[in-house]
Design a protein around this ligand. Structure first.
Ligand SMILES: NC(=O)C1=CN([C@@H]2O[C@H](COP(=O)(O)OP(=O)(O)OC[C@H]3O[C@@H](n4cnc5c(N)ncnc54)[C@H](OP(=O)(O)O)[C@@H]3O)[C@@H](O)[C@H]2O)C=CC1
Ligand SMILES: CC(=O)C(=O)O
Ligand SMILES: [Mg+2]
Length: 545
């Protein structure tokens, strides 16, 4: 039975409501005479496919998940490639933007700045305190690339947690979506009569820090076995909360660390193919980042290990990476800059500012161009052609979400590189035919990482999520491609194998937790790799349809 909470805005009071029971075995006469499970699976799928807009499909699936979670997850697992664009990016972006309009039922914990001083009592209203294992926490301040959506950001916590269940077999009852309401700076929502959050602008850092200190402490008291995933905080707070809390509580930031891990993984596979075509060593790759926010810098930090694993020093690794922000190439002589950009700021460039991406490409001569900028179409035909002129197989990853903010389309990347591009995007693109062969786009999205990373950390009962655990998730993903997938030059495994991949990543993460000494389930140390993998599989929840 699912028990859910109403959001705090209903007269400021938290109330418990019982969700309907899944329609398992109605008494004789209370269901149609012929209601076969297999046929009902097909019926639900047909109902879904009869909806014409992605948002209607999202609303339908949201209701199905509420009424019959087994059916929802059964369908999801059987149709991952069809479902992920609906329950996750890109449609979840539209669902968040319209969350206060499409709202049907509460699905998580809403806590506002007005709850300061009594956060613990709000958390205790959650009906399944003992069952909670993973919370996705956002403050709605940067949802995908869509900006400040306030409490409408709850949709991203809900969407990520659906993938935890589908991808890693976390029990649905163990997932806790949380949205913190610090206000919103988006006037459209402040003016919207249906908006469900506080009608005030975002609070400053000082009260927010005091709130976060209380929140994190109370979370650890209310949910002693919980792992926390920070999601879609604006860049300054994403770095701030990660640094402030990572040594105190088991947590990670998905946008910084999850994205870093997924991109390192795809990059490893892409760089091998690119180097095979150019004949140049892996250490000669040069990576240009377009976008230097939490995601850009998070990925750049993680890609350092691509080079250090090849034997380069930290200094040499850093020199293979260039960052661009809204002011152009980031270099020391440019003047003061945000702290998170300083590490990669170029010391060796002393010329005038270079802003145009084509000029920057001409200066850097990158083998890889990675977009985490939210600027739709920034990789225009000239940019893609410039990458193709420099590289036999250019690596181009437009990683911004949702799909309408992608720096380029797959079609453009294929067309302007004559099919030679090694491509991964944040949101999905369809495969395409080029010169009588089918080319497959990769989806470089942290959804390949967080389910397995989270499951591994939960099963190890890790007291902290270390950098080595994050790196293990990345290397595990890179390794998990089958020969068949490699024969198609895929950079990521097919999404249909998400469970298998999730289990493998979880096993690697548990091993890394053990090496780091942060595992509290120390009995897992005695298991062989095969036993550990079987143990992980045995812990995965499966829908009963
Ligand atoms: N594929 C995946 O798994 C993931 C993708 N993402 C996506 O990454 C994107 C960025 O997220 P995040 O880093 O948190 O967001 P931020 O808004 O913090 O970062 C955006 C960066 O892009 C830069 N930028 C903005 N406009 C331009 C421009 N015209 N030219 C060059 N650079 C520009 C900004 O510059 P400045 O610093 O000067 O403002 C900033 O550095 C989002 O779309 C998000 O959906 C995020 C996480 C995971
Ligand atoms: C995928 C993701 O986490 C993001 O775009 O923010
Ligand atoms: Mg995110």
């Amino acid at each position: 039975m699912t028990i859910i909470l109403t959001p705090y805005w209903s007269n400021g009071v938290q109330k418990l409501k019982m969700a309907p029971q899944p329609p398992s075995k109605p008494k004789h006469g209370l269901a149609p005479p012929v209601l076969d499970d297999d046929v009902h699976v097909r019926r639900c799928l047909a109902q879904l496919r009869s909806k014409t807009s992605p948002l209607e499909k999202y609303i339908y699936l949201s209701a199905l998940k509420h009424e019959n979670p087994d059916m929802f997850y059964k369908l999801c697992l059987d149709n991952m490639a069809e479902f992920t664009p609906i329950i996750y990016t890109p449609t979840v972006g539209e669902a968040c933007q319209k969350w206060s309009h499409i709202y049907r039922r509460p699905e998580g914990i809403y806590i506002s700045i007005k709850d300061k001083g009594k956060i613990g009592s709000v958390l205790k209203n959650w009906p399944k305190l003992d069952e909670a294992r993973i919370a996705v926490v956002t403050d709605g301040s940067r949802i995908l690339g869509l900006g400040d959506l306030g409490v409408n950001g709850m949709g991203i916590s809900v969407g990520k947690l659906s993938l935890y269940v589908a991808g890693a077999g976390i029990r649905p009852v163990s997932t806790v979506p949380i949205c913190l309401d610090f206000g919103t700076n988006t006037q459209k929502y402040l003016d919207d009569p249906l908006y469900m959050g506080l009608r005030q602008r975002r609070i400053g850092d000082e009260p927010m820090t005091a709130f976060m200190d209380e929140f994190m402490h109370e979370m650890s008291v209310a949910f002693p076995k919980l792992l926390i995933q920070f999601e879609d905080f604006s860049t300054d707070h994403a770095f701030m909360w990660l640094e402030r809390f990572r040594n105190q509580y088991p947590l990670f930031n998905d946008d910084i660390q999850g994205t870093g891990a997924v991109v390192l993984s795809g990059f490893i596979n892409a760089a091998k193919l690119s180097s095979a075509a150019s004949g140049k060593p892996l250490t000669s790759h040069k990576i240009l980042f377009f976008g230097a926010g939490s995601a850009g810098v998070g990925v750049a930090m993680q890609l350092m290990s691509f080079f250090t694993l090849q034997g380069l020093s930290e200094k040499e690794a850093r020199e293979r990476i260039w960052l661009v922000d809204s002011q152009g190439l980031i270099f020391d002589a440019r003047g003061p800059m945000a702290e998170h950009k300083q590490y990669f700021s170029r010391r060796d460039y002393t010329g005038p500012p270079i802003k145009d991406l084509l000029d920057i490409i001409e200066y850097v001569k990158p083998t890889a161009l990675l977009g985490l900028s939210t600027i739709s179409g920034a990789f225009h035909s000239g940019v893609i052609q410039a990458m193709a002129a420099l590289n036999a197989r250019p690596i181009i990853f437009p990683l911004s979400n949702p799909v309408k903010l992608s720096e380029c389309t797959f079609q453009d990347a294929v067309q302007h590189t004559d099919g030679q591009v090694l491509f991964a995007s944040g949101s999905p693109f369809p495969e395409m035919d080029w010169n009588s062969r089918t080319i497959h786009p990769g989806q470089g999205n942290n959804m390949y990482i967080f389910p397995g990373l989270g499951l591994g950390a939960i099963l190890a009962r890790a007291s902290a999520v270390t950098d080595t655990m994050v790196e293990a998730s990345s290397l595990g993903l890179a390794e998990s491609l089958t020969d068949d997938e490699r024969s198609f030059d895929l950079l990521y495994p097919r999404i249909e194998r998400i469970r298998e991949i999730g289990a493998f990543i979880a096993k690697e993460v548990i091993r890394a937790a053990q090496k780091a000494g942060v595992d509290r389930s120390t009995d897992l140390r005695r298991m062989s790799d095969a036993e550990l993998l079987a143990f992980v599989h045995s812990k995965m929840w499966n829908p009963m349809v």
